[in-house]
Design a protein around this ligand. Structure first.
Ligand code: ZN
Length: 310
């Protein structure tokens, strides 16, 4: 963020110079750098001098300008202060595109610049579980919120409460409602200007694919062959029985409609997708081995075909 132009330096006067001193210095410089004398080479310098004089020769504008300079200096020093450690600032979203254009506004449209001061946007993050994504949750946390100074409302450059910035940053407790279906990386607006970034922790049993949840379902070989039911613990809610069709092969995808996540802001629900993973019941007893042996003698097929990996 660029600093505001130093009009005092341009006019070669002290910050405390009175109106008469400023006027005399301006006249001297305007003569020295007049394009009629110096030509094109001094044109920009001449414009700069006039711009500076336009502001510093007007008592109201000069006061505004001084306030702006003080605010800038304070912001610079504050942004390095320890109290801001947990807070990330993002200037890129400031209305008006930073200091330059706000500064232009200030002097092109008179003195009504209330609410035009660029605001730092505090951002915090919170980590939630996939279960909380499914149900929605509330986060109770303290965030530095930036709000307008209630003492001066930005009108007093010497305000002791805000130091002339017109705004103050203070920690505040919030109960933030996190809607069901929220996506990792989503940002919620909190308070007046703070923001909360949502992180979703990896889940031990399910992966997320948009509104669907995907997991691998272990199924014992005999049950997969003859079919039956297995107990399944969904993401949220009570254990349920899931039907395994007869001759279910390894890798078969079972879809449980509406057992996924609610799409944020709607009633639409995703599905639970379970990829069947066959396994032998353990341990294998001697009796089991005999049964498998008997199965083997019934079948000619013993495997051996090679297929490309999926
Ligand atoms: Zn104030």
């Amino acid at each position: 963020m660029p600093a505001p132009k130093d009009y005092y330096k341009i006019l070669e006067v002290d910050e405390k110079a009175d109106a008469n001193t400023i006027k005399q210095s301006y006249r001297r410089l305007a003569r020295k750098y007049h394009p009629d004398i110096g030509g094109k080479a001094v044109e920009d310098k001449f414009k700069e001098i006039n711009e500076a004089y336009e502001v510093l020769s007007d008592a109201n504008r000069r006061r505004d300008y001084d306030r702006l300079r003080r605010g800038y200096a304070e912001r610079e020093s504050r942004s390095q202060g320890a109290g801001f450690r947990r807070v990330a600032y993002d200037w890129s979203n400031d209305v008006g595109g930073g200091f330059g254009s706000i500064f232009d506004d200030l002097f092109s449209s008179g003195h009504d610049r209330r609410g035009n001061i660029p605001r730092p946007v505090p951002e915090e993050s919170v980590r939630i579980t996939l279960e909380q994504v499914a149900t929605g949750t509330t986060a109770n946390l303290t965030i530095n919120d930036v709000k307008e100074c209630v003492v001066c409302h930005g009108r007093d450059g010497n305000c002791p409460r805000c130091g002339g910035l017109g705004q103050i940053s203070e920690p505040k407790r919030f109960d933030v409602a996190i809607p069901a279906g929220i996506v990792d990386g989503d940002v919620l607006k909190v308070g007046e200007h703070a923001r909360l970034r949502i992180e979703v922790a990896p889940h031990p049993r399910f992966a997320r694919q948009k509104d669907n949840i995907v997991g691998r379902l272990m199924v014992a070989v005999p049950l997969a062959v003859v079919g039956g039911e297995v107990p399944v613990r969904p993401l949220v809610g009570e254990e349920m029985m899931v039907k395994i069709p007869p001759r279910t092969n390894h890798g078969r995808m079972l879809r449980l409609k509406g057992m996924g996540l609610t799409h944020r802001g709607s009633l639409v629900k995703g599905d639970m997708l379970l990829e069947v993973a066959l396994r032998f019941p353990e341990p294998i007893t001697q009796e089991d081995t005999l049964l498998y042996q008997e199965l083997l003698t019934h079948h000619q097929e013993s495997g051996g075909e090679i297929r490309a990996p999926r």
